[in-house]
Write a protein that binds this ligand. Sequence first.
Ligand SMILES: O=C(O)CCC(=O)C(=O)O
Length: 244
Amino acid sequence: MSSKEELFAHLDEHGYVVLKGVLTVNQVGALRERSIELIKKERELGAQLYLDNRSQRVWNLVNKGKIFADMIQHPSVLEFQEYLLGNNCTLSSFTVNLIGPGSPVSGLHIDYPLSNLPTPHPSFALCANSVYLLDDFSLENGATRLIPGSHKRGYGPSPGEMYDDVIQVTGKKGDIIIVHGHIWHSSGENHTDRDRVALLGFFCRSFMKPQQDHLKLIATDIIEEASPTLKRLLGMDSQPNLND
Ligand SMILES: O=C(O)CCC(=O)C(=O)O
């Protein structure tokens, strides 16, 4: 069992850390069941498919179940995100990422909005992800690929180029992988006949424009009844001022 300091040190040095056994069996079961329900429903409605139409994302999860609104406030996730992004960090997006059977490897990248920024990127994190494993992540089913330490390079990978220092981060369902947003990473190829399901809780610094406009996308009653922490994550404490 690693100490908190060791986990922070691993994250600083390598750009990722696996938090083991964060979610209970019941939480994993309920999150996976609701995720699959949404996957099926949205597929019928013309959802966002990608990677040869074998993979799918479900966006805007805080609007799609209290279980997701609770989960994005998980103290272990917030502790590591706040360590990287400051105590006032906000949610950029919260999605299901289903990597389906036969899904090819996706291209190494750095996260939104880094690839649109001039280089060198700052040495502090602008954004970071939290991968909630709802299935075991294995070499066979497309465990997240990344290049350890690449978050320190200050620029992103060249599209289409092959790199030989890529590893895959395996783990058990219920683990959460914290991933520095500047690290070069992607999902892997799924050679199995089963889905690889994960949630991506993606955060950014409070001065940034998040990937999704939560205050417009989420139902008013959910926002009004949200805890102070969730309100902050949705951006209520970091709006531009309205002085006239
Ligand atoms: O699901 C994964 O393994 C990685 C997802 C990813 O790279 C992304 O959404 O930016």
